[in-house]
Design a protein around this ligand. Structure first.
Ligand SMILES: *Cc1c(COP(=O)(O)O)cnc(C)c1O
Length: 375
């Protein structure tokens, strides 16, 4: 039987090993302001790559989300609009500020926040909207910006999966008030653990830098509540190298995705991922959906793929509003976000990361086709 084909895995080479060894030889592993030489370089390179004025490195994607929310000065009494069809950290970061997450439904084709489902949920307490570019496909930023302007909302994007994605020829990271990225082990690039916030707002960038080091404005001078969200020099040194490789990673992901879409295009039982006009996918995940009558077979199909060592996975089996913590808050119940709940029952993702080869894709497609025929 074949080796396990993982849903995602880091692509690391001797350049990363050498970069880390150099930090260890230099002996400066971190900097008390959070702005050591490697962190500064990673931030500069990153800002240039996405086309944003500022980039602030932190030690996880969750830290990026939390510090962006803290910098927008929300707290108890505020409400934040966000999709429920996401990784729990999007909502968790809102909870950590004391604000209330208000979940909205998704568009069934793009799996991203659906702007129509927001209107009835905006109240006088709503201060922030958090689009999630799920699987790496940008949300409908044009309409989200209109809505934000109309209701005076801050836009904080969860782009943990969307590094390299574009909306109308602009990179994700250069559009909203603040955009949050993750460099967790299996994201499009990794630093082990790590994150970044990009913004074009000077004042916001300064606040983020302060929040990253306990709310200090200068050493030991605390003027606001902060955290230890510093990125280490080791992590930044890996990030610098990974960012250089990102264009080739993205190209491979795109190539693998279009090959899979060609191979699977005849399947009457699957909906394939969309890339609407004006949006460029980062192809973090290649996510298909079991159609109508076959939807109930999703888990069986995933199990059978796994039995053949093909690491198909479900993101996300339980929408956030139905997780125990959020259910307890009594905001929403089963049936309240129909498209979200439907997608959670029907989707699964297939491996397309840069280490997946043509043979893997051929095998994966024929195994999947056989499984689907027998359903
Ligand atoms: C990975 C991820 C996060 C969290 O990033 P970490 O670096 O793991 O903290 C947040 N939101 C989404 C959508 C993610 O995929």
């Amino acid at each position: 039987m074949r080796n396990l084909l993982r849903i995602n895995q880091p692509f690391l080479g001797k350049e990363e090993i050498e970069a880390v060894a150099e930090v260890l030889r230099d002996g400066v592993l971190t900097d008390k302001s959070g702005s050591g030489p490697r962190v500064l370089q990673f931030e500069r390179d990153f800002a240039r790559y996405v086309g944003a004025r500022y980039a602030v490195a932190v030690n996880s994607g969750t830290a990026a989300l939390h510090s962006a929310l803290m910098a927008s000065e929300i707290g108890r009494g505020d409400e934040v609009l966000l999709p429920s069809f996401t990784f729990s950290a999007t909502a968790g970061s809102v909870m950590m500020t004391g604000a209330k997450p208000v979940f909205v439904d998704i568009d069934p084709k793009t799996y991203c926040l659906r702007v129509d489902s927001v209107e009835g949920k905006v109240s006088s307490r709503t201060t922030v909207i958090m689009p999630v570019h799920l699987y790496g496909l940008p949300a409908d930023m044009g309409r989200i910006r209109e809505l934000a302007r109309k209701h005076n909302l801050v836009i904080i994007e969860d782009a943990a999966q969307a590094l390299g994605a574009e909306y109308q020829d602009k990179k994700i990271g250069a559009i909203g008030d603040a955009t949050c990225f993750s460099f967790y082990g299996v994201k499009n690039i990794t630093t082990g653990e790590g994150g970044m916030v990009t913004t074009n707002d000077h004042e916001l960038a300064e606040k983020l830098r302060s929040i990253r080091v306990h709310g200090e404005d200068r050493p030991y001078w605390v003027t606001r509540l902060g955290h230890n969200y510093r990125m280490s020099e080791i992590a930044a040194s890996i990030g610098i190298v990974q960012l250089k490789k990102l264009p080739s990673f993205l190209e491979k992901r795109r190539k693998n995705s279009s090959y899979l879409s060609k191979r699977l295009s005849d399947s009457k039982k699957l909906d394939l991922p969309a890339e609407p006009e004006g949006r460029k996918h980062s192809w973090h995940l290649y996510t298909v959906r079991m159609k109508g009558a076959n939807a109930g077979k999703r888990n069986k199909v995933v199990e059978k793929l796994r039995a053949k060592n093909i690491g198909a996975s479900v993101y996300y089996e339980t929408p956030v509003h139905l997780l125990p913590l959020y259910r307890k808050m009594g905001n929403l119940y089963k049936g309240d976000l129909l498209e979200t709940e439907r997608a959670a029952r029907q989707v699964f993702s297939l491996p397309i990361h840069p280490m997946v080869g043509q043979d893997d894709l051929d095998e994966l497609s024929s195994v999947l086709e056989k499984i689907l025929i027998r359903q």
